[in-house]
Design a protein around this ligand. Structure first.
Ligand SMILES: Nc1ncnc2c1ncn2[C@@H]1O[C@H](COP(=O)(O)OP(=O)(O)OP(=O)(O)O)[C@@H](O)[C@H]1O
Length: 272
């Protein structure tokens, strides 16, 4: 079994990568993805840099979610799904047959469009994944509940009601709880699929601020339909079109002076 183990003793800023030589969190090579006869991703080569926010944009159906979900193998059980190529993480190809997806998802966490807290208390949304990953000490769990709720800026809002249902929170608070739940098992990479599209502008701004703070500790890959959001938070933009990467460019340059005509047409609203 290929191991992508995450030592429990690792400090928050430590990583299993050799940071001296490897600035890439993920190195995608010749990725092709199919649903039956439909090809959703075509010959994608892409480097995702550590401690940056990479935004994936493009018109509906261009393959953004398929690409994102392939990183932590969320589509493996979809009928007809097939992925070929490499998604290199350190010295491991995440697409290899013998990858342990439980270990993989400890390294690569995911947050979805609709906040989906467990139907449990606020605290249990954090303690349950900790328990599943072998933490038994009640004191350690309580400390981590506080640490991760603080990390997403939720602690002061919920500290007096940790035992109430997560469903009693607002949508934006629920989404921050889901981010805390993803972070508490200390992934290296955080995948977010339109995490703010169901939220109002104030809750959206809080999520955006949070992502910018989190990139100090995590590598973030964000799917968004919101070009302003991509411009506000991302370090680089990947523009997908019909399953291909048209360009991957540093954010400021992408919006000011994209390399490709199709990118220019998309950001100026000519299609999509
Ligand atoms: N479960 C599935 N079964 C079959 N085809 C699928 C499945 N999921 C996605 N596809 C197809 O793969 C292609 C890419 O879809 P995907 O959802 O990745 O695009 P997207 O860019 O994320 O779209 P959106 O912005 O609308 O969410 C589309 O042609 C879509 O119809």
């Amino acid at each position: 079994m290929v191991t992508v183990a995450f030592p429990e003793t690792r400090e928050k800023n430590e990583t299993i990568f050799n940071t001296e030589t490897n600035e890439k969190a993920l190195d995608v090579q010749k990725l092709n993805i199919f649903y039956g006869d439909t090809q959703a991703i075509r010959d994608v080569d892409l480097e995702i840099k550590k401690h940056e926010i990479t935004a994936l944009i493009g018109p509906s159906g261009c393959g953004k979610s398929t690409f994102l979900r392939s990183i932590n193998r969320m589509n493996d059980d979809v009928s007809g799904f097939r992925a070929e190529g490499h998604i290199q993480y350190d010295d491991v190809n995440l697409l290899a047959d013998n990858i342990d997806t439980v270990l993989l998802r400890k390294e690569v966490g995911m947050v979805f469009q609709q906040p989906n807290p467990f139907p449990k208390s606020i605290a249990k949304n954090i303690t349950q994944p900790l328990k599943e990953h072998g933490i038994k000490s009640k004191r350690e769990m309580n400390e981590k509940v506080e640490t991760y709720l603080k990390q997403v800026g939720l602690w002061e809002e919920v500290r007096a009601r940790l035992d109430t249902s997560a469903y009693s929170l607002s949508g934006g608070q629920q989404q921050r709880l889901c981010i805390a739940r993803a972070l508490c098992i200390r992934p290296e990479v955080l995948l977010l699929d339109e995490p703010a599209s169901a939220l109002d502008p104030i809750a959206t701004a809080r999520i955006e601020d949070l992502l910018v703070q989190l990139k100090e500790h995590y590598t973030i890959v964000l799917v968004t339909h919101n070009l302003q959001q991509a411009a506000r938070v991302a370090d680089s933009i990947v523009f997908f079109y019909q399953g291909e990467v048209v360009e991957h460019t540093e954010t400021e340059q992408f919006f000011a002076n994209p390399k490709e005509q199709r990118s220019e047409d998309y950001i100026s609203g000519r299609f999509g």
